[in-house]
Structures are given as C-alpha cells and as structure tokens.
Design a binder for this molecule. Structure first.
Ligand code: TXA
Ligand code: MG
Length: 302
C-alpha cells in the first residue's frame, strides 16, 4: 500500500509532483472543473497506472492537458472552427477532440487506440504550474475510483484513492464542479460530445444522444478476427503472448499487467498490420488491470 501525502499548492509541492510524474507515477491535482489524476501522456506505463489506481474495468480515451495552444498543435490538428473555439475559451473548461498527429509522441493507451485525441488547456494555476514544471502533456481523467463521483475537493480524492496514489495537491474546492464541455472537431463540423460548464451551440453526437463517458459508440478494434485465451498459434494467426505464452510479440513476458496494458494498443496495431490473417491473444488474468485489458479484447473479438 502506498502512503498518500496531501500537500497545499506551493513551489515545493509542485516540484514534488513533477518529480513523481517524471518517474511515471500518477498524481492528483486540481483543475477548475474537478480534480484530475495526472500522468505523463507520453509514458504508456504511467498512463496504465492511472487505470490501475482508479480500478477502472475498461479503457476509454483520456483528455490530455497542455499549457497553451502551441503545445496543443504539436499533438492534434486544429481546423478553423476548432482554432476559433480554442482562441475563445482556452485556458478554460473546454476539451476539443481533434485528429491526432502521427508524430505526437502520445502513448496509444491515452486515446485507447483512436486516431483522435481530446485536448484542453486548463485554467487552474496548480495544473498550469505542474504542466510547466514537468514540460510534459498530462493525461488526466477525474481523480476518483471507478464508480465514484468526480472529486471537487482533495478530501474526496483521498477518500477514493488514498493508499493507491503517492500525492494529492490540495488546491481547495474546485470552481465549477462539473467536467469540461467536450466538442468534437474531427470531421469538418463541430459536435457536442459532453455538456459542461461552457455552453456551446453544436449538434449533439449520434442523432441527439450525447455519449456518456466510457460509453463511446466507436472504439478502436483491429480489422482481423481475434481469438482469446490462446496458448499457441494456428498457422495463420499472429499470436500476442503474455507471461509464459510466447508469441509473435508479448504484452509482458514477466506477466506484468501494467506493462501489458501499456503495450495493448500498439500490439493490436502490429498484429493488424502483420501478414497473418487472424489474431490470437494469450490468456490474461481477469484481475486488476487485466479486467480492463480483457474488456477491450472481448469487444475487439465480438
Ligand atoms: O474537466 C475535465 O475534463 C476533467 C479534468 C480532470 O480535466 N477530465 C475529464 O477527463 O473529465 P476524462 O478522462 O474523465 O474524460 C474523458 C472523456 C471520455 O470519456 C470521452 O467522453 C471524451 O473525454 N474523449 C476523450 N478523448 C476522446 C476522443 N478521442 N474521442 C471521443 N471522445 C473523447
Ligand atoms: Mg471522469
């Protein structure tokens, strides 16, 4: 069990948080909406630890926080409409989902394999200071255990994630208390993906139904048939191994679930691009992060 420290916002605590993040640990930090559980978005294992700490049984795309528009443009492609919204509302509680740049350096677990990415420039000084101190884009979902409500105070985070994360930066109650408005800007026109503090006129996604977080209709799946629980490969299968099951690649030869989660989406891409017609995946234990991995694999197999 990890000891969770709670520290007020100051230069020392931000330096401490930055050091932990650069070591690959997730840290809870206030934003103007809710507290986020932040990790280096370029470090797949660090992002896998967000899921481990939250005990989340599935992967969904996470929002990446950056200090300014110039940093956002290095990660995503902004058309005129997206740029206009960024101009008007950043820094602030608006997330823009835009096409992901191929050389973004963002770990594929952040977008859950999708070719788009949610980006926002937050307004909270603590999050800003952390972005500056780390120099990294920070993936940060709300800092609560799976199933719990989004935390608006450090005490909420402590109650939910105490013993699972090393540090909570306490910036007092958050300003808005609801998560950022999410606008999709991937297909030429704007779509409202999640209502939030900023009211923006845009057609809601999928015929008026706003997707609940984690319930995205479209998620990444390989184009080839996928078989689960495989201990050896058929002749036309690309086998993704795990633990003692060796294959064409391995999620983790030591059976480490953090490593496996970190490699999941890249492994699926590789298998999809291989010359083999089908994909097989070794059995993954259904505990901890294994549950989220199996959830994604089952959906890909369906
Ligand atoms: O206010 C907030 O946005 C908070 C604070 C911490 O910044 N963060 C937050 O993050 O709510 P999260 O990870 O809980 O929200 C992620 C949601 C997904 O469930 C999905 O609805 C949407 O953002 N999203 C992210 N990337 C997306 C993508 N590429 N395509 C579609 N939706 C995406
Ligand atoms: Mg959330």
């Amino acid at each position: 069990m990890t000891i969770t420290r709670v520290l007020p916002v100051d230069d020392e605590s931000i330096a401490d948080a930055a050091r932990l993040i650069l070591l690959g640990e997730p840290v809870a930090v206030p934003t103007e909406t809710v507290y986020g559980l932040a990790a280096d978005a370029a470090n797949a294992e660090a992002v896998a630890r967000i899921y481990e700490a939250k005990g989340r049984p599935s992967f969904n795309p996470l929002i990446v926080h950056v200090p300014d528009f110039a940093s956002a443009e290095q990660i995503g492609q902004f058309d005129r409409e997206a740029r206009r919204l960024a101009d008007q509302y950043w820094p602030g509680p608006l997330t823009l989902v835009v096409p992901l740049r191929s050389n973004s350096g963002i770990a594929s677990i952040v977008t859950a394999g999708l070719p788009s990415i949610g980006i926002r420039v937050p307004a909270h000084p603590a999050m800003h200071a952390l972005l500056k101190a780390t120099g990294r884009p920070l993936a940060a979902p709300s800092a609560n255990a799976s199933g719990a409500i989004s935390p608006t105070r450090a005490e909420h985070v402590l109650k939910s994630l105490g013993g699972r994360i090393p540090l909570i930066i306490d910036g007092g109650p958050t300003q808005s208390g609801i998560e950022s408005t999410i606008i999709g800007a991937t297909g030429g026109s704007l779509r409202l993906l999640r209502r939030g503090p900023i009211a923006i006129e845009a057609p809601a996604d999928t015929a008026g139904k706003i997707e609940a977080p984690g319930q995205l209709a479209s998620h990444y799946a390989p184009s080839k048939p996928l078989r689960l629980g495989a201990t050896c490969a058929e002749p036309d299968e690309f086998l993704i191994g795990f633990g003692t099951v060796t294959g064409d690649s391995s999620l983790s030869s030591t059976g480490d679930l953090v490593e496996a989660a970190a490699r999941l989406f890249d492994s699926l891409y590789r298998a999809d691009e291989s010359a083999k017609r089908r994909i097989a995946v070794a059995p993954i234990p259904d505990e901890g992060l294994g549950a989220a991995i199996n959830d994604r694999l089952r959906r890909a197999a369906a």
